[in-house]
Ligand binder design. Structure first.
Ligand SMILES: O=C(O)CCC(=O)C(=O)O
Length: 281
């Protein structure tokens, strides 16, 4: 399947720095959610089997014990389906239209914002909540020398409602890079450069695609809905730039893979039995 942006949508994306394509992947939702659940189970069980939190897994625990899966990254080497989706026409065509040449994937992740029904003992957790700071992704990508022609394609696995900590964007902020400072939850635009209480929520039903420029300032509040708010992110760079291979995610794949094989071996020999199942979603 192919989805071409018309001129009006393309100029909206160029002007505002973001665009929502409602429901265009609704038919894929069962498979997308199945993959997200599978990756979540793999991460939690392999962390327990190895007695070491996977470096892919970002999990938080709040006072009172509630645990929230915040993010898993990288993911394409854990799911054939998600790896193939990243190269599919429906995902690539809008990015290709924007760049005027082939997009090259530079990183992928799933932001889960998913509370676990029961805390899982034995995994070390971060102590903050699932919010994301007011930032642009290029504030990170610039460290690897990437150009500014980068676009994020986020697939909504769940409804992005006001109470679910939706993506919040500052329309038009992608035109110039704003200086960031480090915070416990990541880099953040200096408070005097942008109104941190500004921005607009990007509300979208499950199955929608949100495209946004990597320089666009964005954030998200904690998810208070009681439901997961999963976004699958693919980030692309223009092939006009000599993109180095997998520099952002490659080291984590290389570091984590031996632990994941060790987990499979422990399971095969009966030395470890899975204890965690993803909550029904
Ligand atoms: O999914 C979200 O709420 C925001 C994620 C985000 O900004 C990031 O991963 O850089």
């Amino acid at each position: 399947m192919r989805y071409e942006l018309d001129t009006a949508l393309l100029s909206q994306l160029r002007e505002e720095g973001y665009l929502v394509l409602p429901g265009i992947l609704a038919g894929e939702l069962p498979r997308l959610r199945e993959e997200a659940d599978h990756i979540l189970e793999l991460m939690v069980n392999s962390s327990l089997a190895n007695r070491r939190r996977s470096g892919r897994l970002n999990i938080c625990q709040l006072e009172g014990g509630r645990q929230i899966i915040r993010r898993i990254q990288p993911i394409n080497d854990l799911s054939l389906y998600l790896g193939q989706l990243a190269e599919s026409d429906i995902i690539l065509t809008p990015a290709q239209q924007l760049f005027g040449c082939r997009p090259v994937l530079i990183e992928e992740k799933i932001v889960y914002k998913q509370t676990l029904p029961e805390p899982v003992p034995g995994i070390s957790c971060e102590t903050h909540d699932d919010r994301f700071a007011v930032h642009s992704d290029w504030a990170y990508y610039k460290d690897q020398g990437y150009p500014k022609d980068l676009v994020n394609i986020a697939v909504c696995l769940d409804d992005c409602t006001e109470d679910a900590g939706p993506l919040r964007v500052w329309p038009g902020s992608h035109r110039a890079h704003l200086e960031h400072e480090p915070t416990p939850i990541g880099r953040q635009v200096l408070a005097h450069l942008i109104d941190h209480r500004g921005g607009v929520d990007v509300l979208a039903p499950a199955g929608s695609i949100i495209l946004f420029h990597a320089m666009l300032v964005h954030s998200s509040r904690p998810n208070l809905s009681g439901r997961p708010r999963r976004l699958l992110f693919y980030s692309y760079c223009t092939s006009a730039f000599a993109v180095p291979f997998d520099v952002r995610n490659g080291p984590a794949r290389f570091r984590e893979s031996p632990y994941e094989w060790n987990y499979q071996r422990l399971k095969q020999t009966g030395a470890f039995t899975d204890v965690f199942r993803a909550p029904a979603s």
